[in-house]
Every structure is written in structure tokens, then in C-alpha cells.
Design a protein around this ligand. Sequence first.
Ligand code: MSS
Length: 377
Amino acid sequence: AQGTPTADQVIQGKDPRLIVHNSRTGVLETPLELLREHERTPKEILFIRNNQVLPQGKTLEPIAPDGWIISIEGMVENAQAFDAKILKDLPQVEVEMVLQCSGNGRSFFARAQRASGTQWKHGGMGNVVFKGVPFKVLVEHLKLNIYPGAKYVTVNGKDQPPTLQAPDFEHSVPLEEALEKGILALEMNGEPLPAAHGGPVRFVMPGFYGTMNVKWVDRIRFDVAETFNHNQIPRYRVPNHPIQPGSEFNFTFENSRPNWHQKVKSVIFAPLDGEEVKAGNVLVRGVAWNDGLVPIEAVLVSTDQGRTWIRAKLTSPQSPYAWFHWETYVALSRGEREIWVQAVDKLGRAQPLDGTVHWNPRGYEWNGVDIVKVKVV
Ligand code: MSS
């Protein structure tokens, strides 16, 4: 519509073909036809999800780490603050990983009952390479004496100053896992981290949902418990057990869990939903991933709504957190046809046939079997 800004007007440097869900904070979705073109998602088309705004963050240009102060607080003997420029001289690692919004696929919950929030299709994700200093290396470098009672690390982003309407954006993750995989990222895809994606310093947790990858890190706190911040509870959580679609849910720390580990998932890159294809052998291809704890074991494809399945050819990536690629030919005769795909990992975790079993009020963690409808001519 006239007057609606395009993606490049919302975040300078973005591809104008991205779908604008929110032009104020910046929420941009990558159409699958762009996403599937690249093994590693270029910064120009990578999705954006901002809860709040960092005023200088609406651009793909980087921000220099020099003079960016990060404070260390909480359950630590030697609380302190340091200049992010020191990170440049510490040992760094690279990790290729799927960055996926926990709300990705939210629109599909509407098959049972609409869930509130941005109605993402599949494009709230990308496969990127982050490079930076392992969290453990920083802890050792600063000789942080963390008290034994600390079980979580809470990371805060320097978005707009907190107000009553928009308090700080922060998240807690288990300390043990943060020491194992957490990275203070300074680069993405071999370039200084774009401001819009959290530069100069982003806390990256491979295998975790996007929201736990806090951008614009300015505070790291060691905690006995998860933060009460509204982005940790009630937002960005799912009930521990299935609930009736459409029902209300009173989130507590006991009856729910945060959007940490990504659920096993696959997405069809070709053919696309609604596409017209020629009868005969049709190449079906796409990607699959999980939380990286174990590899993807199989990707299964069905053209008879789940009665029979064939195993697709699977290619494993170098990094356990990156996309697996899969492809197979299916025989399709003329008419309206459905193609279903289901990924299963080595722990036997599989995409549910009906993803709406995990319905939750805010529509997080959609991972139902992916379905495309095609017209075979
Ligand atoms: N950070 C900060 N600081 N802020 C905000 O808002 N968001 C989240 C993350 N981080 C934020 C942060 C989310 S939610 C997501 S997804 C991500 O981020 C995204 O990213 P990019 O880069 O793409 O934009 Mo959902 O789960």
C-alpha cells in the first residue's frame, strides 16, 4: 500500500523484497524464494526481529566495539565493566548456525486457532556464520570468580532506555550451557557484525532460538534463577504440557519453559506452496535442523498425506548447528497435490504430524510437518 515503507527504508541496506511486518521497531521476513538461493544467508536478506530499537541500529553498517562498555554483575566476586575493544585481541571461534525466531511459523497455528504476534510464515530464519570470543574465554580472561550458587547468565541488550511500556530486553540461559557454547560475536558471515544484527557485540547461543541471541550486549549478570524480565516470563515461553488451542495460560517458572533449544524442524524450499509443477518426477528439496545436540537422522517425504513416506537424500553440514540439506524425487500425477515433509533426529525427536498440538497463546516454537500444496499440470 502507498506510504508503507519498504525493508530498505526500515533498515538501511536491506533488500527491498523482504516482507515488512513492523516498520517502527523493524520486523522483516525473508521470502523463501530469496532464502533458498543461498547456502549462507547474506546480511541483505537475513530476517530482522526487533522488540525495541537501538537508535543507531537500523542499518547494516557496523558499530565499532571501541568505547562500548559491558558490565559484569550479580553472583560474581569481581563485578566490573570492560571495554568491548578487548574482545578483538582474545581467541575467537566461528560457528555456522540456524538463527531462527521462536515465532517463526506462527501463522500455521491458525490451522487450530490463531496465536497472537507477528504472523510469520517460514522466513523468520536464516543460516549464518558468527565469529567471536567464546564466553568461557572471556570469563577466564577476566578471571571472573563466579559464586557456586550461580546457575544462569542473564544478558541485557542496550536497546532504547527502558520505560514502563518497554522495560529492558534481557534473557537468562543456563550458565553451564553458556560456558559450553556461548559466544560474544563480533562478526557475521566474515564481516563486522552489522548494527541491525546486534553489533558491535552479540551474545550468541548456537542451537537456541533467536531471542536468546541478545543483540547489543551491555550487561552480563550471574544469577541464581532466571530473570523476571517480561521477555523471559510470560513472553518467550511455552507450556510444559499441551494445552487446549485458544485457552488462556498463566505462565509460571514451574509450568513452562523458555524458548531455549530449537525443536527439530524441516522446511520445503522447492516446490513452493501454490506453485505449478509438471506431472512426472518432481524434485523436492529443503533444509532441516534441530538444537545441534544430535544430528538429523532422516527426512521423510509423503505425497499421500502421511500414509506412506520415502526417505530423502540427506547432506550433513560441518557444523552441528547449521542447516542439513535434503532432496528426493517424487512421482506426481495431475491434480491438486500435497507434499509433506518430516525430519527426525538421532534422539527420535520428530516433527509432529499436526504442529498445532504445541499450540500456545503467543505461538512460539512451531515445528509441525511442513506441507506445500501444488498444482500438478
Ligand atoms: N536482542 C535485543 N537486544 N533486542 C531484541 O529485540 N530480539 C530477539 C533477538 N535478540 C532482540 C534481541 C529476537 S526475538 C530474535 S528472533 C533475534 O534477536 C532476531 O535476530 P536478528 O538479527 O535476525 O534481528 Mo524471536 O525468537
